[in-house]
Design a protein around this ligand. Structure first.
Ligand code: HEC
Length: 114
């Protein structure tokens, strides 16, 4: 009887450990994916936006720390009003993949906020 009890305890301990480590792994997977999309978007912000903002709009130089907070405004300026990147030629020059990269990241920020 005593032996069975400790086996049962062992079993639940093992079960707990495996569930816990599985959760941890999938959590790490999600974090890695979020990081990857965010880094890709940051690359676009750096090359297509910061190059100008650094002199023309220094209050909105995007960084990894502040970009999520600007996601809504960026969405409005780039996809709704289509004002940014400023200048018709620059908007044309920006590649469809780069627009998509920004859109993916914006959607991700939105989904994480819900
Ligand atoms: C050639 C210069 C230039 C480029 C390139 C540029 N911007 Fe801007 N941006 C400005 C200036 C100037 C302002 C401030 C005046 C204004 O709103 O027109 C501004 C303002 C903004 C604002 C604040 C507007 C608001 O009311 O919310 C956002 C957000 C923004 N830019 C995002 C971007 C993003 C994202 C990109 C790149 C995809 C980008 N900008 C590229 C010059 C630029």
């Amino acid at each position: 009887m005593r032996l069975q009890k400790s086996k049962l305890l062992q079993f639940f301990f093992a079960l707990f450990l495996s569930v816990w480590s599985f959760n941890f792994q999938s959590y790490n997977g999600i974090v890695a994916e979020v990081d990857q999309q965010k880094m890709a978007a940051f690359e676009v912000l750096k090359t297509r936006c910061n190059t100008c903002h650094i002199t023309e709009n220094p209050a909105k130089v995007f960084t990894l720390e502040n970009m999520d907070g600007f996601a809504k405004r960026i969405n409005r300026q780039v996809f709704f009003f289509k004002r940014m990147p400023k200048g018709r030629d620059r908007r044309k020059e920006m590649k469809p993949e780069e627009y998509q990269t920004l859109k993916n990241w914006i959607n991700q920020v939105k989904s994480l906020r819900k």
